[in-house]
Design a protein around this ligand. Structure first.
Ligand SMILES: [Zn+2]
Length: 344
């Protein structure tokens, strides 16, 4: 499908939303984005799997990175997109899977890539796959391992939904499996065994803010008292804790249990007081707020690039069936970003 980058950002968002791109099935959308960018002579375009990187090379003193993921969570009967006014304000909203998280942000990236051929700072546009699934498949992570030189820059803006407000930093996240063991027995003589699935409910398992059980597995057969139960917990931690401190906290909470860390991603400090971040904050205006939740801002932090979230969508609506984006926000976001990229 051909993308028309001269259409306004709201129409372009609808266009992109109507190409389903659930994580792992982004080929078609990635192909359309690649083709649209290759048609622009002022950009050099690289493709790595379903990641597309397009760069200006004007020899500017600074380079900024604008990044967005092109995948969505599974469609929930909410495609194709539709425009419907907000009953209260009458403002148009665009409904559909990925409108807020984050195809409206991707549409703004594409509009800027096409419409700002001579930015005052060199720009690297990054479109990547597999953000909504397990961390090891994340396209930005893959790019940073395989081709870190493509991601270099002085500052990055991740165009995740933030309601057109700058969100600095992000929480870290960690998944751990806590294993309880019991003693197997026939269920007709259950007193002879110790049911492992009942174990995690005993005292000593304290739930902290941001530390939640998110899964449980166990059970042998319908007539067997199970001797093993695994509870998966998710820990969201503030960016002043590093991964080691977070792991220690999880181990302390589950002291006495068998704990295995299965997945983690560090948080990121805001970093709004340095370099192009300052000009960005001035150009787009508004006060910055702290980000609750983990985003790929942290991956840029690991590469030594300060990064913020800034995009038109509404993060609270991400992954919901009633997901929508406010159309005026898409247009405002594009205008402010254009201002930043074109004014010295
Ligand atoms: Zn997202």
């Amino acid at each position: 499908m051909e993308l028309d980058l001269s259409a306004d950002a709201a129409a372009l968002t609808a266009n992109i939303v109507d190409v389903p791109s659930v994580s792992g099935a982004e080929d078609q959308l990635a192909g359309s984005i690649e083709a649209a960018l290759r048609a622009l002579p002022h950009l050099s375009v690289h493709r790595e799997g379903n990641c597309i990187v397009a760069r200006t090379d004007l020899g500017r003193a600074q380079r900024v990175v604008l990044a967005g993921h092109i995948d969505t969570v599974p469609v929930a009967g909410n495609l194709p997109s539709r425009v419907q006014p907000d009953p209260a304000s009458g403002e148009d909203r665009l409904y559909g899977c990925g409108t807020s998280d984050m195809k409206s942000g991707v549409a703004v990236q594409l509009r800027l890539a096409a419409g700002v051929p001579e930015p005052v700072r060199d720009v690297t546009y990054v479109f990547y796959d597999c953000e909504e699934i397990e961390a090891e498949r994340n396209g930005l992570g893959r790019l940073s391992r395989k081709s870190p030189e493509l991601l270099g820059g002085d500052f990055a803006v991740l165009m995740e939904p933030s309601g057109c407000e700058i969100e600095g930093g992000c929480q870290g996240t960690m998944r751990a499996e806590v294993t309880a063991t019991g003693r197997r027995a026939h269920s007709a003589r259950s007193w002879m065994g110790r049911n492992a699935i009942h174990e995690p409910a005993v005292d000593g398992l304290r739930y902290h803010e941001g530390l939640n059980a998110v899964g449980i597995t166990g059970g042998v057969a319908g007539n067997v008292i199970p001797d093993r139960c695994v509870v998966t917990v998710n820990y969201r931690f503030a960016p002043d804790r590093d991964v080691a401190a977070a792991e220690q906290h999880v181990r302390d909470v589950f002291d006495g249990w068998d704990v295995a860390i299965v997945d983690f991603a560090p948080g990121a400090r805001p970093g709004l007081d340095q370099g192009p971040a300052v000009s960005f904050a001035t150009a787009v205006g508004g006060a910055a707020r702290a980000k609750l939740g983990w985003t790929d801002v942290a991956r840029f932090a690991e590469l030594g690039i300060p990064a913020v979230n800034y995009g038109p969508g509404i993060s609270e609506l991400a992954h919901t069936q009633d997901e929508y984006v406010e159309i005026p926000k898409i247009l405002a976001c594009e205008e402010r970003m254009r201002g930043w990229l074109t004014s010295p």
